[in-house]
Design a protein around this ligand. Structure first.
Ligand code: FES
Ligand code: FES
Length: 325
């Protein structure tokens, strides 16, 4: 059981949690809301205890500002999550899924939410190497040293050349259409190929049975998995988009030789990825900027250290209207 004791949230804390929860209404939110009464009160209480600032993924270990060391309501737990090698000290509601913790508390949008009921696999991450649905695993069960890996933790460097073989194969063999399911397929494929280095199509079908692609991109998903498997076995592979690989690899490896790279978190996230794309266009043309990538919440900048330093990059982003942490 968790640590008991009363902790009355301030009105400001309750307001903060309510605003955060409003950002996305999941099936769980709906059910909790429909339950009304005591259930809702408990969630608000728990939320107040965990209402906190978003944290920087670059931080080695992060402790939320409202965690404290005092007693918690019986519905809360203190956990130390290890996500992509970064320690995260948090207080979570007992009913909070790993997906909710990653997105609402940590601002990590590394897995997609599809069904929110363990049926589609879009939200899959690895826990100690096994693919699990993050929409269904409770964060309160994961604070005891388990190693959580998301799709963001697979790559070892920038660009296509730095991707995990499975990521690279999905990208260059077209194992996706809309991409909603892709992160889940990649994580399940990594788990599969770790266990079975040379799978048959039947074994791939079994290994990916928990993942659904509504676009029906299964044929190229299978191709991607077979290509990735071959590369992971050390074989020479040719991707369907091999010419693109040659071009992208050439441009992607250049920054590592001359650039300094860092991921920043936007103080205010963009509403859509299209807004992010528009924002970075002029940035790419600035002298000293070598490469830009990112999402609505984060931006990874590679710059020429002979022309810029980190503070100047931060100032540049702020001058364009989006300060970073
Ligand atoms: S969103 Fe988790 S399985 Fe569908
Ligand atoms: S690519 Fe669209 S759901 Fe799979």
């Amino acid at each position: 059981m968790g640590e008991a004791g009363g902790q009355t949230p301030s009105q400001a804390d309750q307001k903060s949690f309510a605003e955060r929860a409003k950002q996305t209404v999941t099936r769980r939110d709906f059910l909790i809301g429909a339950g009304a009464g005591a259930a809702t009160a408990v969630v608000v209480l728990g939320g107040a205890a965990v209402a906190t600032k978003a944290v920087s993924p670059s931080t080695t270990t992060t402790t939320t500002t409202a965690v404290g060391q005092g007693p918690l309501p019986a519905t809360m737990r203190r956990v130390a999550l290890n996500i992509d090698g970064v320690g995260r000290d948090l207080v979570v509601d007992n009913r909070e899924s790993l997906w909710e913790t990653m997105n609402f508390q940590l601002g990590l949008s590394n897995s997609n939410l599809g069904c929110d009921r363990a049926q589609c696999g879009a939200c899959a991450v690895l826990v100690d190497g096994k693919a699990v649905n993050s929409c269904t695993v409770l964060s309160s069960r994961l604070g005891r040293g388990q190693k959580i890996t998301t799709v963001a933790g697979l790559a070892t460097g920038p660009g296509v050349a730095g991707l995990h073989p499975v990521q690279r194969a999905f990208w260059l063999d077209g194992g996706f259409q809309c991409g909603i399911c892709t992160r889940g397929f990649i994580m399940s494929s990594v788990a599969l190929l770790t266990a079975i280095p040379k799978p048959t199509d039947v074994q791939i079908a079994e290994g990916l049975a928990g993942n659904i692609c509504r676009c029906g991109a299964y044929k190229k998903v299978f191709t991607s998995v077979q290509t990735a498997a071959a590369e992971m076995r050390g074989e020479k592979v040719t991707h369907l988009a091999a010419p693109v690989l040659a071009i992208v690899t050439a441009t992607a490896t250049a920054p590592t030789a001359t650039g300094t790279s860092k991921e920043f978190t936007f103080a205010t996230p963009f509403a859509t990825i299209e807004d992010f794309d528009t924002f970075v266009e002029p940035l790419k043309k600035r002298d000293g900027i070598v490469n830009i990538s990112g999402s609505e919440r984060t931006i990874t900048v590679t710059w020429d250290p002979g022309k810029l330093n980190e503070q100047q990059v931060r100032d540049l982003l702020a001058s364009l209207g989006h300060a970073v942490r």
